[in-house]
Write a protein that binds this ligand. Structure first.
Ligand SMILES: [Zn+2]
Length: 427
């Protein structure tokens, strides 16, 4: 559906006539060039871009953010009471905005307000390791508590406050992430990260079951809202934030390649995209996050670069931590895919690094020669394992196909990709 609308819009632009004047990096540095050679602000979903590149038409579930079509791909919050693989693939529409193509519009890259909330975000090594990213299996951070929520009164009108209070009691970092997301709206026209992703407000437990999705999405808002230009910000842990450069694809202002390209590797066949089928042996995350092709002229979620892959992994750790905090809100027998989510993205990170090393030397050098990327990759990785270990005992609730995925992630030749990064980083 979204692809069709994007194609129609492109055809309409092409129909306006050929180039009339030169539009390029020098004449349109802060915007993008439309097909008829006009310099556009580059901040609209109907004409999104920067640095004099050709404007993109963002798909309906993407929004133009800092001159790049950006989609969060949903939180992949699949659930299945039968234990099978029938997960709904997210795809929640934060974006919109493509309809109508409003003229005027804010300056490129604008619209994100506010500075970093919280204020407690600095450098520092998490878990007491001598160097950020080198903790390995010794990584630790305060785990969610089992504090009683009995003192909280729930009303649907106060759902957001209820969630924040519950997070404060059980998972304070999650509360900080939600507040960081609320302080960093994607644009004034978009609903905030709680309103956009908290669907069922019928009861307190219903809200708590969505904490993993809300924290995940608010984490995206916080990270994207504090990213600037070609740099990507990551709030990784309570005292760990990094902002690393050039992580998007070469066609989107960075030095990496589209994340969808890992579908071309030898591992893909082990767990191919579901393509609307329902099976425990297919990868519905691939349908959402590795879709499309970077060269088909249409923006798809999978067109985004390594920076977006790590961003999703970062938030899937938050998803799992939040689900752990409120595991008692899941009724007996129901299963959610939070362990599957982070394991899938750990598998993608390994595969992406392998492909970069073998086929995209500039991308690999960008990610491995820069201490910022090494710290971010290794910290997200270690934190992911930390929460996987912490949720082992609850795998029958917080995972669906996680055992199979763990086997894939623990393939020695793939683990070697992470070890290589660690070898470069940790003396
Ligand atoms: Zn996400």
């Amino acid at each position: 559906m979204r692809t069709v609308s994007g194609v129609v819009a492109v055809l309409l632009l092409v129909g306006c006539g050929g180039p009339q004047r030169r539009c390029d990096r020098t004449t349109c540095a802060s915007g993008c060039c439309s097909s008829d050679g006009q310099c556009q602000p580059g901040s609209m979903s109907s004409a999104c871009g920067t640095s004099g590149n050709v404007c993109s038409v963002c798909s309906l579930d993407a929004t133009c953010f800092a001159g790049a079509c950006t989609t969060f791909g949903g939180s992949g919050g699949g659930s299945s009471s039968s234990g099978g693989g029938a997960a709904m693939g997210g795809g929640a529409a934060v974006g919109g905005g493509a309809a109508g193509g409003t003229a005027g519009g804010a300056s490129a890259g604008g619209a994100s307000g506010g500075g970093a909330a919280g204020g407690s975000i600095g450098g520092g090594a998490a878990g007491g390791a001598s160097r950020v990213g080198c903790a390995g299996m010794q990584y630790s951070e305060p785990l969610p508590t089992t504090s009683s929520l009995g003192g909280l009164v729930y009303t649907p009108a106060m759902a957001q406050q209820y969630l924040l209070s519950a997070l404060q009691l059980r998972y304070p970092h999650g509360e900080a992430v939600v507040r960081g997301g609320l302080a960093n709206p994607i644009s004034p026209q978009q609903p905030n990260c709680v309103t956009a992703f908290l669907g069922d407000t019928s009861s307190g437990p219903a809200v708590l079951r969505q904490a993993s999705t809300v924290v995940h999405e608010c984490g995206h808002f916080w990270d994207l809202g504090t990213s600037r230009g070609a740099s990507s910000a990551y709030v990784i842990a309570p005292n760990l934030q990094r902002t690393c450069a050039n992580g998007d694809t070469t066609t989107r202002g960075g030095r990496t390649f589209a994340r969808s390209l890992i579908k071309g590797d030898a591992w893909y066949a082990m767990r191919p995209a579901c393509m609307n089928m329902s099976s425990s042996t297919c990868d519905f995350y691939a349908d959402v996050y590795l879709d499309g092709s970077p060269t088909n002229g249409t923006f798809e979620s999978g067109d985004q670069g390594f920076n977006s892959l790590l961003e999703e992994a970062n938030q899937y750790v938050n998803s799992l931590a939040s689900a752990l905090a409120f595991r008692d809100a899941f009724s007996g027998g129901s299963r959610v895919s939070e362990r599957d989510g982070i394991l899938t993205f750990m598998w993608y990170l390994e595969r992406y690094l392998a492909m970069a090393r073998l086929q995209y030397p500039t991308a690999y050098a960008t990610l491995t020669q820069d201490a910022c990327w090494r710290e971010a990759i290794l910290s997200v990785w270690d934190r992911g394992w930390f929460y996987l270990q912490a949720t082992n005992a609850y795998a029958s609730t917080l995972g669906i196909n996680d055992a199979r995925l763990r086997t894939l992630v623990e393939t020695p030749s793939l683990l070697a990709e992470i070890d290589s990064v660690r070898g470069l980083h940790c003396p």
